[in-house]
Design a binder for this molecule. Structure first.
Ligand code: SER
Length: 284
């Protein structure tokens, strides 16, 4: 499946469920001095979550261009070392502004991942915030208890930056297999490429400001699926750099250094160049 088909399937699934498609906002946030670059799909909806802006819809879907090269969500030091971190990437997301909450968000995610993208249930793992009994019991409708893990705030409480909307979250992981790390201690204990987080569902409930944390006017939903990671999974490769999204770039780098494409992908500096070329292109 091509990356463009994955993007279209995601958008179409949510449009068929009354979500309004909203275009990606610019990589440089408009009128928000708390961020240098857009780091998630929810950034353009920040004031809607806070109840400061009313939109003509309560459900949205987008494919948002993101940069994570500084600030709270900074993947710069990981780029090239792992097969899954980037400075620039695309985030597919569905959003509810005071409309549906955990139950629907989890059932949409499960249906899309298993019935539309046909990922094998046996390879999936779920994490929830340590005290989120409700999310755990909702996931138990689909997954055995042993594959639903409770983790702390570092892994399962999401906030956009030092301030802004935030809440407990639940993540869907896929096991890429023992060949990547046979004795991996598991999700939450190891940062290898074996267990890949493919989708983060944030249950937006709070606003963090310099004065303290308050409740949002309405519980809301903000999700993010990395297009590059989902493409790797659907294309049956264990590195984002081996997907169609990076193929033309590696073709050009390989040609310029006189190596094969496979050799080039194995070179960390080439991975960094490929990542940064995309980032600089979209930033410009
Ligand atoms: N905002 C959350 C994230 O970036 C979900 O989209 O992971």
């Amino acid at each position: 499946m091509l990356s463009s088909e994955i993007r279209s399937l995601f958008i179409r699934y949510f449009k068929e469920r009354e979500h309004t498609e909203v275009p990606s906002s610019p990589l440089v946030p408009q009128g928000d001095p708390s961020l240098i670059c857009t780091n998630a799909g929810m950034v353009q909806f920040k004031s809607t979550f806070l109840g400061e802006e009313k939109r003509p819809y309560v459900r949205a879907v987008s494919s948002q261009k993101c940069m994570r090269a500084g600030g709270k969500h900074n993947d710069l030091d990981q780029v090239g070392k792992t097969a899954r971190h980037h400075t620039f990437f695309e985030m597919l997301g569905n959003f509810s502004f005071g409309d549906y909450f955990k139950k629907e968000a989890i059932s949409f995610a499960w249906e899309l991942v298993t019935d539309v993208f046909h990922l094998q249930k046996e390879r999936l793992w779920i994490t929830v915030y340590q005290d989120d009994d409700e999310a755990e019991s909702l996931w138990k409708r689909y997954m055995p208890k042993e594959r639903i893990l409770r983790l702390g705030a570092k892994d399962n409480f999401w906030q956009m930056g030092e301030t802004g909307p935030c809440g407990p979250c639940s993540e869907i992981f896929i096991d890429q297999g023992e060949t990547l790390h046979a004795n991996c201690p598991g999700i939450g204990f190891c940062d290898c490429d074996r267990y890949i987080e493919i989708w983060n569902l944030v249950f937006m409930q709070y606003n963090k400001s310099l004065a303290g944390t308050t409740s949002l006017p309405n519980p809301s939903i903000d999700t993010g699926m990395g297009l590059e990671r989902m493409t790797a999974v659907c294309q049956g490769v264990t590195s984002n750099y081996k997907t169609d999204l990076f193929a033309p770039i590696f073709g050009a780098i390989a040609q310029s250094i006189g190596r094969s494409i496979d050799e080039t992908i194995d070179m960390m500096p080439a991975r960094v160049v490929a990542d940064h070329l995309r980032a600089m292109t979209f930033l410009i």
